[in-house]
Design a protein around this ligand. Structure first.
Ligand code: FAD
Length: 498
């Protein structure tokens, strides 16, 4: 008879002998990951029964963007009563594609999104970084099967509107109430309550505002001292290309043969591309320097301005750019970590872009909002009484400000790494990425998708476990974990001060 290895059993024997457990390590390591996979199996494709909250709360969410919907799903599946108010009269994400990295897809699949996702997502095999001038491959990360193997979850790309619609359907399926055409006019964080533009007031045990980067709720949390995200000196054109046009041109048709992400990088500019809508559309994000005020941008000249920015780049890329018929230009903003996400009342908070706008260079903005939702649901499962909500939110805030601030930083770092002009830094970067292109062993890389430590931090992050650990540490203060957390936090605060 074959016996299933028992992690706890192994742990007991080990701890008798050597006083260490096999559940986790205090140092960064993935050596114990195989035990986790053995014990838990893969969460792929299942709607896992969620541990139900001991204290069922009435929760209102403002905003049904990707962040608001993810949070609604995460909270509802724990048994809370959830109502969402959305300003727009119908749901419709602007822009085309979005990447869903494993730290986000692992949660979404666990929540039961698989049936709503299966016909609309693409799972790219690789992400390749290409030289601006000739399209030569200079960096390469294998996503299939590596992401599923290492992080128990796929790396997906999807049309934003399809993603939002999938979450909308799942939320309704779980019993979330969603009201569109219901803009919030004002909040009272103390009750807490919100008043809609139609004059109706709704109160709850907790209000979560996911009202995006131009958040009004952020002003409420920061008590009038808003810290809106700042322009970064970059903007992006977003566009889709008809794949039939691409198929007809042998110079570019190869890009459609095997789904993959391809990113051309050069002096102050890059172009990220991938197929979406199950391969029916080709998505492009074209980042370029832009100092002028968005109010002065002219839609009529957007396509020709875009072509001008990439004149002289790889002829394969410019051929695809020439196929673009219309485009939207988007300012790229970034916030700095906020002092707080939770109002002084402890009953009102912000999440998603309202709390942590970042440049899209790690493709993690919405993924952070999904993690916010997961972490919030997990921490609220720890409490037994309404008096503990504030404590729980404080811990949530601490953990999430650190995580999302580091992701803001990583995203800005990609902007530096990708945008070197030709010269010594670019040559050193390309040389350091060469082993991954040539299939040689490497232990570090300027490609943050490949660098093993960055990859593990970005994609291996378990948003639920992190807040659960922080809560447990809070309950038994003085442990080493607490010290480690605070030393991370102070290093991180030093970075943002400098
Ligand atoms: C070019 C680009 C590429 C990107 N690529 C990626 C990627 O590949 N992967 C990734 O993870 N992220 C990516 N992002 C980031 C991602 O798009 C955002 O982080 C994410 O959409 C934020 O979701 P949100 O719900 O917090 O905010 P939003 O999407 O802005 O949603 C806010 C919602 O609140 C509603 N609202 C606002 N005010 C009110 C009100 N008063 N009352 C009621 N409702 C209100 C709005 O109508 C909206 O529906 C990218 C961003 C850009 C700009």
């Amino acid at each position: 008879m074959s016996q299933k290895p028992d992690v706890n059993g192994i742990r007991k024997i080990q701890s008798n002998k050597a006083q260490v457990g096999l559940e986790s390590t205090s140092y960064p390591s993935r050596s114990l990951h195989f035990l986790h996979v053995l014990n838990k199996g893969s969460s792929r494709g299942t709607r896992e029964d969620a541990p139900q909250a001991k204290l069922r709360l009435k929760i209102i969410i403002a905003g049904a963007g990707l962040g608001g919907l993810a949070t609604a799903i995460a909270l509802r599946r724990r048994g809370h009563s959830v109502t969402v108010f959305e300003k727009a009269s119908e749901l419709g994400e602007v822009g085309a594609g979005i990447q869903v990295p494993p730290n986000s897809s692992r949660l979404l699949l666990k929540w039961g999104l698989e049936p709503f996702f299966k016909d609309i997502v693409v799972e790219p095999a690789t992400i390749g970084f290409r030289r601006w001038q000739n399209g030569n491959l200079i960096g390469l990360t294998r996503l299939v099967p590596d992401c599923r193997r290492a992080f128990d979850a796929p790396y997906y790309v999807v049309h934003r509107a399809h993603f939002q619609n999938a979450m909308y359907k799942l939320a309704l399926d779980l019993g979330v109430e969603i009201h569109v055409g219901s803009g919030v006019a004002r909040y009272d964080p103390d009750i807490p309550s919100l008043t809609l533009e139609n004059g109706a007031t709704h109160s709850a045990d907790l209000i979560v505002a996911a009202d995006g980067l131009r958040s009004e709720a952020r002003k409420v949390v920061l008590q009038g001292k808003d810290q809106p995200p700042q322009r970064t000196g970059f903007a992006a054109y977003r566009a889709v290309v008809d794949v039939e046009k691409m198929r007809a041109d042998p110079d570019v048709a190869w890009l459609l043969e095997k789904p993959g992400l391809n990113c051309w990088i050069g002096d102050m500019r890059h172009v990220m591309t991938y197929t979406i809508a199950a391969g029916k559309s080709f998505n492009m994000v074209l980042s370029h320097p832009e100092e002028s005020d968005p109010s002065t941008w002219r839609q009529e000249t957007a396509v020709s301005d875009m072509k001008q920015h990439f004149k002289g780049w790889d002829h394969q890329l410019t051929k695809i750019i020439d196929m673009i018929e219309s485009t939207l230009k988007w300012p790229l903003l970034s916030g700095k970590p906020l002092e707080k996400w939770v109002a002084s009342s402890g009953k009102f908070l912000i999440i998603g872009d309202a709390a942590h706008v970042m440049v899209p260079y790690m493709s993690e903005g919405a993924a952070m909002a999904v993690e916010d939702g997961a972490a919030l649901a997990e921490i609220l499962n720890k409490i037994n009484s309404k008096d503990q909500i504030h404590d729980a939110l404080r811990i949530f805030e601490d953990v999430r400000i650190l995580r999302t601030g580091q992701m803001q930083e990583a995203s800005l770092i990609n902007g530096k790494l990708w945008h070197f002009a030709d010269g010594p830094e670019q040559e050193a970067r390309d040389e350091a990425m060469r082993p991954e292109v040539e299939g040689r062993h490497y232990i570090e890389s300027p490609n943050q998708w490949s660098d093993p430590v960055t990859q593990s931090w970005a994609y291996g992050y378990d948003a639920e476990k992190e807040v659960a650990n922080a809560w447990n540490t809070h309950v038994s203060r003085g442990s080493k974990l607490w010290v480690q957390h605070w030393s991370n936090l102070s290093m991180f605060k030093d970075f943002w001060r400098s």
